[in-house]
Design a protein around this ligand. Sequence first.
Ligand code: PRX
Length: 658
Amino acid sequence: MDDRNGWGREHPVLTGSPRSPPASFVEQANVTDPGIYDEFEAEWPDCWERAADLLSWAEPYETVLEDENAPFYEWFSGGELNASYNCLDRHLEAGRKNHAAIRWEGKRGERRTYTYRDLYVEVNEVAAALRDLGVEEDDVVTIYLPMIPELPITMLACARIGAPHSVVFAGLSADALATRMDAADSEYLLTCDGYYRRGDAFNQKSKADNALLKLEHDVRTVVVDRLGADLPHVLGDEEYDYHDLRDEFASETVDPVSRDAEDMLFLMYTSGTTGEPKGVVHTTGGYLSHVAWTTHAVLDVKPEDTYWCAADIGWITGHSYIVYGPLALGTTSLMYEGTPDYPDRDRLWEIVERNAVDVFYTAPTAIRAFMKWGEDYPAHHDLASLRLLGSVGEPISPRPWNWYYEHIGNEECPIVDTWWQTETGAVTISTLPAIDEMKPGAAGPGLPGIDVDVVDAAGEPVDPGDSGYLTIDRPWPGMARTLYDGDERFRTEYWERFSDPGRDEWRYFSGDAARVDEDGYVTVLGRIDDVINVSGRRLSTMEIESAITDVPGVAEAAVVGRSSEGTGTDIHAYVSTEGGYDDDGAVREAILDNVESAIGSMARPEAVVFTPELPKTRSGKIMRRLLEDVANDEELGDTSALRNPEIVGEIQAEIDEE
Ligand code: PRX
């Protein structure tokens, strides 16, 4: 892999003064014994039974970890369970049927509360309907829904009948949906007529229709009528109305299917180092154990809490920490469809106050926006119910960290800066909030039982203070088991670089660069591969580049990230055209449109810079690292390997002109 984002450059990342966990928090925390680190070490891998014990198993497992076929590890082998049973039935059996499971806040101020009983009833009806439509165990069902309750409901309905779901973020394009359905041979789609976007009715169904036109196989589609008269629609062949199906299967129940611990619970497509998205495979036993455990130990969630993870279920954070983790623990999970600034910039704090939210989990991009909007917005609300704050998705630097601590947490709530990935399934690096000191700017050490190492190119751990590659040296239950596109890609993407198969030594490589301090606290510096992180969303530069080079007239393109105060990173595209002409308004428009239709609006470049040529090495490789230096206004790295060094000056001049 080519380190094209160059973590070797000096990163001005500092950590702020450490803070101790507030005493009021420690008194009530789920995990308080500092001995947990040593215990996990001494008992590894059996220590992970603590996570598995948070679940109800239909059949007990025989082995905690099976590592004979590394890196294709198996966890809790022999065990059987059902995720929907764990998230629903067992709470009913425990007499908690009237406890709120999901509180939903819609974009237009709508509110719906689902008790565990309500959720159980609807999930069962939908499960019965899906079965009747022909969905069988192991069929992949694609879900293309915005943040409405039917999203988690359909996920749990799939889990109930043992059909892995593949949720595609609602903002992704028709092309992106088609690619994912095609790659997974998915013959069932759950979507909706549309949703409200900036006050208008936005047609989601037409995007879904366009996607289906591109598929060679037939698809049965269930449509949730979200907009009613605001967006009338007619159902065609093989299309079914969600509410009609529910009526047809009213009050039906479906026995939860016993799934092997290693059976697939879901697929989640994410960006990788090539243009093709990767279908990350998560299993039932290990994933669910790990998310339940981290919701308990890191987010300190209790069943009686109102807990709010303000992410989108269309990405892994929402899967793990809006749906599976909190519902497995039987808590109340708040789900918000809207944006943080509508109707006003205090919207989130109004929701926290009204719902007396105990635990709030969001992304640094949101925290930076709150900071920019100013402290008056939260100050007008009573946020005293908050007990713990979380951050996820990108590095949080000390300034926004301190702002979050002070203005949202009133210096009484610990902050957990949780590092993890679609592939890790659940949190892998974080402080334990009642035990560890917090260091603003550093996520923390590996969780108990997780062996995080920052290593140099030879795979040797770096000295404290130095940066290197962020790796994990031992398997963990929530880890991806493989990629849907094949075991080989799984091996090459994550294991090849730092493992020694001959000696049966395996080390997972995250794709991130990081620095580690003398206490083992990790500061993540960012991706070193062809992935960029825009507002906490993971995008592949290759995928964007290929959408750009598809535009007639474009010869070549290189996409890099530019650090930004607001989004963390903006996308800059450098483009050379076939005619060699400089700036071309029509081509620029076509590029922006094509990126939007190939991927989605979040991938639209912030800047498109036309250049006669791209900087290349003598072997013809585009030097993206130099372009990144240019975009970030940084001193240029070594240009001696360039075949066309003069071009860099020209590009710089072009940017200065803009
Ligand atoms: O670069 C890291 C960054 O997000 C990447 C994973 O993206 P994704 O699979 O979309 O999952 C996001 C939510 C778990 C990582 O490789 N990242 C995630 N959390 C942090 C982070 N970077 C720094 N600090 C974090 N806490």
